[in-house]
Design a protein around this ligand. Structure first.
Ligand code: ZN
Length: 477
């Protein structure tokens, strides 16, 4: 019986770079043995010294985890696809060593056979990206840090405000006004100084998402807006990473683990977002303060299980929680063969414009009623040459600024992640032109300015890319 074995990215180096290998076998065990015979270097990654399949290597026959079938004795038929899923993507690296202090700190983990010394070392070797450091992000970040996840990335560009404190337990009253990531990093380093906290003070966009997500083993998403949720989903599918999903509204919460390598993704569940305005945000609809604590803690739990390879992850299952009735419901999710991103013939092969996809008229979550006026590169050049007094603000990151900027026209740098807290440095009496690389981040920045009462604000259409193109065209005459 000829079956296909799919090899995960981290193990392909040991299989001659191949992503799929066809072998003859009648059972899962025979297929893996045939694979190890053909690629001897793979053997030590699949089998322990006792000759048994390593417990953090999961094998799926088509869509089913073979642990729930007959394990290695599970029969296979011609055309079946076996997928090897290491418990974390990129997790083939050696577990990290623990210091004496860490052994003491994690002793309640280490005594449990399901975690043990090896599990704790795996946690230390692992990295998790927490998208959103708000209500859901607070318990996730606190528990993941306390549990000893080695590297914890946080994405958020907001500042702490007093309405956050009812549920965002990562912050205290003295943090009001501070950038969330600054306050969060300080708190998490106090919770566990052995954890490396990596702040990403950016708004995730199609341009930066792959770069931000790529270095992490597990992504934990709890964003409160649809464009970012679809963006994170698609980026995880494209990168082959598990996405621990959570969402909350008023008294209800949802949790699942989307891992397109072995189950459905968010788009398999919701092909398209609801029309803008139909589903109110937490700011409009409210949320019970304890609820994100419950849902966010479940997300932290699922992330830790994925790293340990322990238990049954919420892959292919959607957990619904009703806090008022105190009832849980579990729905079975199926992978949609026609899913546009993880299906058999995906039409989405790179990140798209998620604001447009979700019908959001501008880049801003809950943006102003009217769009921000744009200025073209040609018009900006004309006005600068005429000697008009314009304040140009570049909202890109310092590395992008260093690679080329408009400093000769007096431009200044305020990266988008610092924008809200630093916008007081700008003078609302001046005409302000904001720009980024392509115009999207700066559209958001411009809306923040307008929301703060600035009226003479322009967004440079097409960003510095359009400016450079225009300069080249002008030089050619
Ligand atoms: Zn899908």
């Amino acid at each position: 019986m000829s079956v296909i074995v799919r090899i995960p990215t981290p193990l392909r180096a040991y299989a001659g770079g191949q992503g799929e290998v066809a072998v003859e076998a009648a059972t899962v065990g025979e297929a893996l043995a045939a694979l190890a015979e053909r690629h001897p270097q793979l053997r030590r990654h699949l089998y322990g010294d006792d000759g048994r399949l390593r417990n953090f290597v999961n094998v799926y026959r088509n869509e089913d985890d073979v642990r729930h079938l007959e394990g290695e004795r599970t029969p296979v038929r011609a055309g079946d696809v076996l997928t090897i899923v290491p418990s974390i993507a990129g997790g083939a690296g050696a577990p990290a060593e623990l210091s004496r202090e860490e052994l003491a700190r994690y002793s309640r983990h280490i005594v449990m056979p399901e975690v043990g010394l090896e599990g704790q070392r795996r946690l230390k070797a692992a990295s998790v990206l927490v998208v959103g450091a708000g209500g859901l992000g607070s318990p996730r970040a606190l528990y993941l840090a306390a549990a000893g996840v080695g590297r914890l990335g946080l994405v958020d560009f907001d500042a702490v405000d007093v309405t956050n404190l009812q549920r965002q337990v990562l912050y205290g009253t003295s943090d009001v006004g501070r950038p969330k990531l600054e306050a969060a990093a300080a708190r998490l380093r106090d919770v566990n100084p052995h954890v490396e906290v990596v702040p990403h003070p950016v708004r995730l966009t199609s341009e930066n998402a792959l770069e931000v997500l790529a270095p992490y083993d597990v992504v934990v998403d709890g964003t409160d807006n649809f464009p970012t949720r679809y963006l994170v989903n698609d980026a995880c599918v494209l990168l082959g990473k598990p996405n621990v999903y959570g969402s909350i509204f008023r008294f209800e919460g949802q949790v699942s683990v989307f891992d397109a390598r072995r189950g459905p993704c968010y788009r398999c569940l919701f092909r398209e977002p609801p029309p803008p305005g139909l589903v109110p945000s937490c700011a409009e609809g409210g949320v019970l303060g304890v609820l994100p604590g419950i849902i966010g803690a479940l997300q932290a739990l699922e992330a830790i299980k994925l790293i340990l390879g322990a238990g049954d992850p919420l892959v292919g299952r959607l957990l619904l929680f009703d806090a008022l009735a105190l009832r849980w419901r579990e729905l079975r999710l199926r992978k949609d063969p026609a899913c546009p991103v993880c299906g058999e013939q995906p039409t989405i092969r790179e990140l798209i414009d998620y604001e447009a996809f979700c019908g959001v008229p501008s880049a801003a979550p809950g943006g102003a009623e009217e769009g921000v006026p744009e200025i073209t590169a040609a018009e900006l050049r004309r006005r600068l040459e005429r000697g008009d007094r314009l304040t140009i603000v570049d909202v890109r990151e310092p590395e992008e600024w260093a690679a080329g900027n408009l400093a000769e026209y007096g431009a200044r740098l305020i990266p988008v992640g610092e924008f809200v807290e630093r916008m007081h440095e700008l003078d609302s009496a001046e005409e302000i032109v904001v720009h980024c690389r392509s115009g999207r981040r700066s559209a958001w920045a411009a809306e923040q300015l307008r929301a703060a009462g600035f009226r003479k604000v322009w967004n440079l259409k097409g960003g510095i890319l359009a400016w450079e193109e225009e300069a080249e065209a002008a030089a050619r005459g």
